[in-house]
Ligand binder design. Structure first.
Ligand code: PMV
Length: 323
């Protein structure tokens, strides 16, 4: 049976989270841990999903009925991506999909968006649609919004384009930055963040105090612009200071946690240029930007404050077909 394997990278939000949901830019880097997906054509008009990492074995649904009843959380991004591809391009066969990830779905590296992007890329390849990256983005972002209702799409863009992106809400700008890998230390807080809950929390704060939150978003927007230049000019000190400022704003939005704060302060004390949380907050990861010769000491400091080190490199390749 005809089949194709594709892979997409996980991501790490560097600066600009939350404000990016409301029209401001962010900077995101693709990491070198990937999600792999194999799609195989078969005769019955069914979608079959196997995702051992999510404990899913032989989930089966008729393709025409996808999304009609409640879809289990573990398979919804794959199932709704297949539904959306079918509605747009018409699948004339059944599809089996198997996924395997190098990173856990609990750490906030974007397994949902990576699997969505992989489905659209794999089906595009299998059925000779030759979709452009922008077309893959539009269908994948629609899938994420169908499920989550909210989100900027930065994670979808990162899985497709890879590298380090300057990104504006909904893909209005998707600009790969001409930079090399830069050294970061990533620490997982041990708590899985619920992105939608945190977006809602910030939007409640906005309703209570729109001026405060608008000013914070505006400032975050300026920080991201300056950080883009600092990254391009390899101005480490300035980039570190901008990360620290961004973290102050995130704390004001109420999305940092005690555990993240402790890990962030420990890495600054150990010599990082800057450190902040990454993503929605409430858990998941923090990262420190550091001189190469301080990396090990910072890793130790993060571990000592209860964090788990994620060994990653930045600026990874976007979605690709595997041989
Ligand atoms: O929780 P994460 O890593 O998916 O990051 C969410 C970042 C937000 O800006 C809060 C939401 C978004 O879609 O941009």
């Amino acid at each position: 049976m005809k089949s194709v394997t594709v892979s997409a990278p996980g991501k790490l939000m560097l600066l600009g989270e939350h404000a990016v949901v409301y029209g401001y830019p962010c900077i995101v880097t693709a990491v070198n841990q990937r999600l792999r997906l194999t799609a195989t054509i078969h005769d019955e008009p069914l979608l079959i999903i196997n995702a051992p990492d999510m404990r899913i074995v032989d989930y089966k649904r008729p393709i025409t009925m996808l999304g009609e009843t409640e879809t289990p959380k573990e398979v919804q991004f794959v199932a709704i991506a297949v539904k959306n591809f079918n509605e747009k391009y018409g699948l004339k066969t059944g599809i089996s999909i198997a996924t395997a990830s190098e990173f856990k779905s609990t750490i906030g590296f974007g397994s949902s968006s990576a699997s969505t992007v992989c489905v659209i890329k794999a089906l595009s390849e299998l059925f000779g649609k030759e979709l452009t990256n922008k077309e893959i983005f539009d269908l994948s972002y629609k899938t994420v919004l169908d499920i989550q209702k909210k989100g900027s799409g930065f994670d979808v863009a990162s899985a497709i384009f890879g590298k380090t992106l300057y990104f504006v809400t909904g893909g209005k700008t998707i600009l790969p930055l001409a930079i090399d890998n830069f050294p970061i230390v990533v620490g997982y807080s041990g708590v899985k963040a619920d992105t939608v809950r945190l977006i809602n929390k910030v939007s409640l704060l906005f309703n209570e105090n729109p001026k405060l939150v608008k000013d914070i978003y505006k400032d975050i927007g300026k920080i991201v612009e300056k950080a883009k230049t600092a990254l391009e000019e390899k101005n480490c000190q300035v980039l570190g200071e901008l990360m620290n400022l961004n973290q102050i704003h995130l704390a004001k939005l109420g999305v940092s946690t005690r555990k993240l704060d402790v890990m962030i302060h420990a890495s600054r004390d150990a010599g990082a240029y800057g450190a902040k949380l990454s993503g929605a907050g409430g858990g998941d990861c923090m990262f420190a930007f550091a001189p190469e010769n301080r990396m090990k000491i910072i890793e130790k400091a993060i571990k000592k404050s209860g964090g788990e080190i994620m060994q990653i490199t930045s600026n990874a390749q976007g979605v690709r077909v595997e041989k």
